[in-house]
Design a protein around this ligand. Structure first.
Ligand SMILES: [Fe+2]
Length: 266
């Protein structure tokens, strides 16, 4: 694969997204959110591969391709169900993998890649949003780790921006239909933070819980460069600013801060 191949794929991706253009502004905002997210995940995965000195050119390009395709299932998911909530619609990772295996998207996006590269990408798409990493061969796991880190990095950006917006300007599908929470954080959510455990969507009740769910992703970061970017972009401080004031929230944030500090030492 060459840089030129990637540029061609990117153009095809943008055309693909354009084919999902929606008539109402609210719907189109949701589509654009995922388009912009995808492009930023491509950029972030490049920063991670460079930061980790993943020198083999082909590996870095393969990673960027996996990033470009990782949310390919989001567009048909939204067109059909008008939501990004996998639980109430379809698993968008699995849907994306199926589309890449069985439809004309295979020809559009995977032609010219070796069988091995195709299966690496399909696996990365399929499992990028799984709560935990599945057991796979070493190279698949490595690519998946890169995609998962880059994806998280940009989702933090999405929500820092989301919470900073007036409610009327927010993308309707981003908040997963959760209520504000009005100063409440669920006890189980806090417990998970203190026990360094990833929080799953199933256990949360409101947007405050969701902010901590997003922050609990630091427990699932694979590369030091990702931690460095997380710190540099001040995602912890910026998301924490939207948590309700109180001793418990402060303690949770301090705990997360300490965890990240340990991971970026030296
Ligand atoms: Fe995704």
């Amino acid at each position: 694969m060459t840089e030129k191949d990637f540029t061609r794929l990117k153009r095809r991706f943008l055309r693909y997204v354009e084919s999902y253009r929606m008539n109402t502004p609210g719907d189109q905002q949701n589509i654009a959110l995922k388009r912009d997210h995808t492009l930023k995940v491509c950029r972030d995965i490049g920063l991670i591969t460079r930061g980790e000195a993943i020198g083999r050119r082909n590996d870095a390009l393969l990673a960027r391709t996996a990033a470009l395709l990782h949310d390919i299932g989001r567009f048909p998911q939204y067109a059909k169900f008008k939501t990004f909530n996998d639980g109430s619609s379809v698993n968008h990772g699995r849907l994306g993998a199926e589309l890449l295996m069985k439809t004309d998207l295979k020809l559009k996006f995977l032609e010219g890649l070796s069988r091995r590269e195709q299966s690496l990408i399909i696996r990365a798409v399929k499992y990028h949003s799984a709560l935990t990493l599945p057991r796979l061969d070493k190279r698949s796991v490595f690519l998946l780790r890169l995609v998962r880190d880059a994806d998280k990095l940009d989702i933090w950006r999405v929500f820092v921006e989301y919470f900073g917006q007036e409610k009327k300007d927010r993308s309707t599908a981003a908040g997963q239909g959760l209520p504000e929470g009005e100063g409440i954080i669920s006890p189980g959510v806090l417990r998970n933070i203190f026990e360094n455990r990833l929080i799953s969507l199933a256990g949360i009740r409101n947007l405050n819980d969701y902010k901590l769910l997003l922050l609990s992703w630091v427990y699932d970061i694979n590369f030091r460069t990702t931690f460095r970017l997380f710190r540099k972009r001040r995602y912890l401080e910026r998301l924490a600013a939207y948590l309700p004031a109180g001793e418990e929230a402060d303690k949770a944030v301090a705990h997360l801060k300490e965890f990240v500090a340990q991971k970026t030492k030296n």
